[in-house]
Design a protein. Structure first.
Length: 294
C-alpha cells in the first residue's frame, strides 16, 4: 500500500512534487534517479512535436552554417554543430520545455525554484570525435559534489539513439562518486571507460539525469544525423548559461503559467542595486527551493 502523502512541514515543497510524480506514474523514475543517476521517459514527445523541433533546429543549422542539413547522409556537418539559445526561435521549444512529466522530475532534483540555464541542440553528423565523459558540474562547482543536485539535464532524443548513430553515453551510479571523471575515465574512444553504456532509445524519449552523473556521447559512425534537444536547469542561486531573465518578453510570459516565469528567472531576487533586495521574491525563493535535500 502506498504511503499517503501528508502536509508534512519537513518536506513542504517535496510533498506536492512527489504527489505530482505519483499521479503521472513517475515513481519508478524517481527510484532510477536515486539509484543510477539517470532515467528515461519513452514517448515524452509526440511524433508531431518531434518533427516540429527537428524542422526548427534544421532552420537554425542552415542559418548558422550556411548549409541545409542532409538528413540522409549528414554531408557537410561533421561531428557536433552546437546550436544555442533556441527557446525564442519557435513555439515548439516552449512546448518541449513545459512538459509536465519532465518538469516534475527536474523539480524533484532541483526544487520548484530552479531556472532554465540553457536550451540548445547538439546536431551531430558522421565523424570520429566523441564527446568525452564529464559531469554537468563543470560550471565551477568543485569536488566533492553535494549528494543533492545543483544542476540537472533533460536530453530529448529527436532521432533514434543507437551507439553507432552517436548516442548519449552514461556511467550508471556515477552521481554517487561526487567528483569529475579524470584521465582515462573520460574516454569514449581508444581505451574506453568500460563502465559507460550507450543510451539506446527511440526518437521522442526524454533522458533526465542528476548533475553529478558522468555522461558524454559516442561518435557517429554511420551516415545521417543525430539530433537532440538539451534542456539544462540549475538552482536559482547559480548563474544560468543563457540570459532568459533579461530577455523574455511580457507576451511570452503571458502565454504560460507561473512555472514558466520561474524558469525564466522572474522570481530570482539577486543581484540587486541601490534599492536593495525584493523581499517578496527573497521569501518566495527560500520557500520554493526546498526539496528532500534542504
Amino acid at each position: 500500500m502506498a504511503v499517503g502523502i501528508g502536509e508534512w512541514t519537513a518536506t513542504r515543497e517535496l510533498n506536492g512534487i512527489y504527489a505530482d510524480a505519483r499521479e503521472l506514474g513517475l515513481e519508478s523514475n524517481l527510484a532510477e534517479l536515486a539509484a543510477y543517476g539517470f532515467t528515461t521517459i519513452p514517448d515524452a514527445l509526440s511524433p508531431d512535436l518531434v518533427e516540429r523541433l527537428i524542422a526548427a533546429i534544421n532552420d537554425s543549422v542552415t542559418e548558422t552554417t550556411g548549409r541545409a542539413p542532409d538528413m540522409e547522409t549528414g554531408a557537410g556537418h561533421v561531428d557536433i554543430n552546437f546550436q544555442p539559445f533556441l527557446l525564442y526561435r519557435d513555439p515548439a521549444f516552449e512546448d518541449a520545455l513545459m512538459n509536465d512529466r519532465v518538469l516534475t522530475l527536474i523539480h524533484y532534483l532541483l526544487g520548484n525554484s530552479c531556472v532554465l540555464s540553457s536550451l540548445s541542440s547538439h546536431f551531430k553528423g558522421p565523424g570520429e570525435q566523441p564527446l568525452p565523459l564529464h559531469s554537468d558540474n563543470g560550471n565551477g562547482i568543485p569536488a566533492p559534489f553535494p549528494s543533492w543536485a545543483m544542476v540537472a539535464n533533460c536530453n530529448y532524443a529527436l532521432t533514434d539513439y543507437t551507439m553507432d548513430s552517436g548516442a548519449l553515453a552514461i556511467v550508471p551510479g556515477s552521481h554517487a562518486l561526487a567528483r569529475h571523471p579524470v584521465g582515462r575515465e573520460k574516454n569514449l574512444h581508444g581505451d574506453v571507460n568500460r563502465n559507460a553504456v550507450p543510451i539506446e532509445v527511440a526518437a521522442g524519449t526524454a533522458i533526465i539525469w542528476h548533475g553529478n552523473t558522468w555522461h558524454g556521447s559516442y561518435a557517429r559512425s554511420v551516415p545521417g544525423v543525430r539530433i537532440n534537444l538539451s534542456m539544462y536547469f540549475c538552482r536559482q542561486f547559480l548563474t544560468p548559461q543563457e540570459d532568459y531573465r533579461g530577455t523574455v518578453t511580457p507576451e511570452l510570459l503571458a502565454r504560460h503559467d507561473d512555472r514558466f516565469a520561474t524558469l525564466m528567472g522572474q522570481h530570482v531576487y539577486q543581484p540587486w542595486r541601490a534599492e536593495g533586495p525584493d523581499w517578496a521574491k527573497h521569501e518566495r525563493a527560500h520557500r520554493t527551493a526546498a526539496t528532500q535535500h534542504g
